[in-house]
Design a protein around this ligand. Sequence first.
Ligand SMILES: [Zn+2]
Ligand SMILES: [Zn+2]
Length: 360
Amino acid sequence: MKDLTRSACLHIAIAILALGLFAAGCGSSEDSADGSAQTAEDTASQDETTNDDADADADADSGDGDIVVSGEGVDVGLFFDGALAEDATTVDCTLNGGAETTCYSLTIAGYPASHDVGPFCPDTIADDSDAGGIWFDGEGVYDLDGDFIVGLAELYDDDEWQMYDEDGNVLVTETAEEFEAAARPDVDPSLENHCVEGALEWLDNGEPITTTVLIPIVPVAADSTAAPQGSQGITLDGVVIAESAPVDAILSAYTIAAFDDCGGHFNPFEGYHMHGATGCSEVGDAADGETPMFGYALDGYPVHSPLADADLDECNGHTTEAAGYHYHANSAEQNQVISCLVGQSVAGEDAGPAGPPQGE
Ligand SMILES: [Zn+2]
Ligand SMILES: [Zn+2]
């Protein structure tokens, strides 16, 4: 075997048309507490992945355990009207595996262009599922209806849960101040036992918070898979695919950070962002046995809606004739849209003119 040290990015670059990815500039928020624990295990056996359409030099080593994948690259034309706050531009970028390539600089609107936002929390314990969104905690996904609110003490086996008053009204964050006090890591004690929801008008200036990400126009394989650091990608309707919601911290404060039926919610720093794929933001028809695409991961590969019972790799990806290499999102209950990335992405501080949370 060749001497594959860290300069392996070179041969990969040759093999696949180099280009890389990355992005994200969303640093902090309620979500940063969770620190996504999964580090990619270096399972070095993805022999089934192929590189059929790599007509570049066959210098690639596909046999030493790397996942070798192919892809057409990012198609800006797939984004919904209004998903991008500015025209896409191209910039030189250096990826976290060392590849130097060309990235798209994409500024997403920070508000879904393809669907309404909310509802989040139910108003009363008599409400049905139409009145609220969903909650997921890594174990299950639950309709946020009145029965769910009443059942919290039993679900989480703790009698401190009491998220409604004697008249059956659900305790919900009702002002921008309450929202901010409940959405931060050290939840104000007065807001324990509240269903936390935000609103566009409570963000700075009452406007969506845009985020600029750098994504390699053509994906570049990484030496090994890795868990995404921070944000994971963007949806085709202009929303950040965020890291896992910090469920333990949320629950330990006796709060529920309600999601809408599209798996998204507001926080004061990032605005509206999504944590769970529920079939929203999709574009186009799916091939037989497939699900539609709804976003791009930060390594430039497409992300499709969840697909059960498929033979997927450790990052929930596979290659099909119709779509090339792509990921399938995890089911929403897992509270993590993308498990790991097979491609390189732009390293954090080099992500470019990213839009770190304003007002931090
Ligand atoms: Zn969140
Ligand atoms: Zn697929």
